[in-house]
Design a protein around this ligand. Structure first.
Ligand SMILES: Cc1cc2nc3c(=O)[nH]c(=O)nc-3n(C[C@H](O)[C@H](O)[C@H](O)COP(=O)(O)OP(=O)(O)OC[C@H]3O[C@@H](n4cnc5c(N)ncnc54)[C@H](O)[C@@H]3O)c2cc1C
Length: 398
């Protein structure tokens, strides 16, 4: 064994104490840097105000800027999409959510839910019509699965699509749909006589409306709406021809969850870094609060959970890039990383004391945003049951 001279070892970086950066390729670091730089210019200075107002005033322009950056459907090939790797997409999600979970939701719903549904299950005509515009951010998409009475158990959907000649007529109501109030196109899942099918619905179709859900105290920089489908008449060509049954929507959710595995770490990183810096600057009892063992315990635990979550995300990213990633493994990542990210934000909130509840700092915004992230794309309980079934062979869903 050769002797290592400690003075020759890499310098320790307090923002990356485990040296995780060494696990990334030069291309991955370059993409991460480009996303960070753009977000710092187009969103970071304004995000607290957008959150407080409960809307992004220039949403169409912002979406086009995200399109120019190449992050909309960035892991898809062709049709104007960037064709990046899953790991690169994950790194982009982390940077976007370090700014705000609402922005990452916009990107996830656009790329992993609406675009992926069309890319994976759509006709050539649907792909040509929507994907290039959606990749460029010129058209915004939403994805309607959840209903007022149907959330975790989507097999029970109440929205109906029935035939009228060669047309389809859609009736029903969707709830909690991200991007809905300003979307140009909605991917809507409905029961037909042939089981669950997906439909590509231009939002200017008569009978379709998407009123905004107000009074949210989480994901305020993201518009959430209902979808009201009141005798919406669509041509036969509106149906996603290849998606039959629940595997259609579930395949899309699996894509979006992968982005959340990474994205949630962004909110955690931002909060951890805010707390670390605060602990160095804030003096009480004559010394920086970071000098107290109780504060160091908190920071050390937050840092450990971030490191473990990052390693898990990277492992899942590498598996996805090798086409060996199973949905159950995505559940493991979503369950762990969102749960630990919200704990990191809550602990950071405490370290900031009274300042922790102010929008002057990003921490409470990330913390309340993650309440939504904990619930959407499968709640903590659903992913626990997925892992429980893997471990025991017993399904405990019913
Ligand atoms: C901000 C936001 C944005 C969203 N965006 C979208 C979107 O774009 N598109 C979309 O389709 N949906 C979207 N959703 C909806 C989201 O996916 C659902 O809220 C989620 O699936 C949970 O459904 P639910 O709210 O109906 O809760 P329910 O399914 O009613 O669950 C309520 C509670 O019961 C628990 N529970 C349910 N069944 C079981 C069981 N078998 N065992 C143990 N516990 C159980 C749940 O885990 C949860 O804690 C969004 C939600 C939010 C908050």
């Amino acid at each position: 064994m050769s002797h290592v001279d400690p003075t020759k070892l890499p310098v320790l970086d307090p923002t990356d104490p485990a040296g995780l950066d060494d696990l990334l390729s030069a291309d991955e670091k370059a993409i991460r840097g480009a996303v960070r730089q753009t977000l710092d210019a187009i969103a970071e200075p304004y995000i607290a105000e957008w959150f407080e107002q409960g809307c992004i005033p220039n949403i169409k322009e912002l979406t086009r800027e995200l399109g120019s950056l190449g992050v909309l459907g960035m892991h898809l090939d062709g049709y104007g999409c960037a064709g990046m790797t899953a790991t690169e997409y994950g790194l982009a999600c982390l940077e976007i959510e370090a700014t705000d979970s609402g922005l990452r939701s916009l990107v996830s719903v656009q790329g992993s839910l609406a675009m992926f549904a069309i890319w994976r299950w759509g006709s050539e005509e649907q792909k040509q019509e929507w994907l290039p515009r959606m990749a460029a951010g010129e058209a915004i998409g939403c994805f309607g699965l959840t209903e007022p009475d149907v959330g975790s158990d989507p097999a029970n959907l109440q929205t109906r699509a029935r035939r009228d000649g060669s047309d389809w007529i859609l009736d029903g109501r969707k709830m909690w749909i991200s991007n809905a109030p300003y979307a140009d196109v909605a991917v809507v899942w409905a029961h037909t006589e042939d089981g669950i099918r997906g439909f590509v619905v231009p939002t200017d179709t008569p009978g379709f409306s998407a009123p905004e859900i107000k009074h949210k105290l989480s994901l305020r920089a993201s518009a959430t709406g209902e979808l009201i489908l009141d005798g919406v008449r669509l041509p036969e060509s509106a149906m996603l021809p290849e998606a039959r049954g629940l595997k259609g929507p579930l395949s899309c959710l699996n894509e979006a969850r992968f982005g959340i595995v990474w994205g949630s770490l962004g909110a955690a990183r931002s909060s951890l870094e805010a707390a670390r810096r605060y602990s160095i600057d804030r003096v009480q009892f004559g010394r920086p609060i970071g000098g107290f063992q109780l504060t160091q315990q908190k920071l050390a635990d937050m840092s450990l959970e971030y490191i473990k979550g990052y390693l898990l995300a990277l492992h899942l990213g590498r598996r996805k890039d090798q086409n060996t990633l199973r949905p159950e493994q995505v559940s493991i990542g979503k369950l762990n990383n969102v749960r630990e990210a919200i704990e990191i934000c809550r602990t950071a909130r405490g370290i900031l004391g009274g300042n922790g509840i102010s929008l002057e700092y990003p921490v409470i915004r990330h913390m309340v945003n993650l309440e939504s992230v904990l619930t959407y794309e499968g709640t903590v309980e659903m992913h626990t049951l997925v892992l429980g079934q893997v471990l025991t062979g017993q399904s405990a869903f019913r």
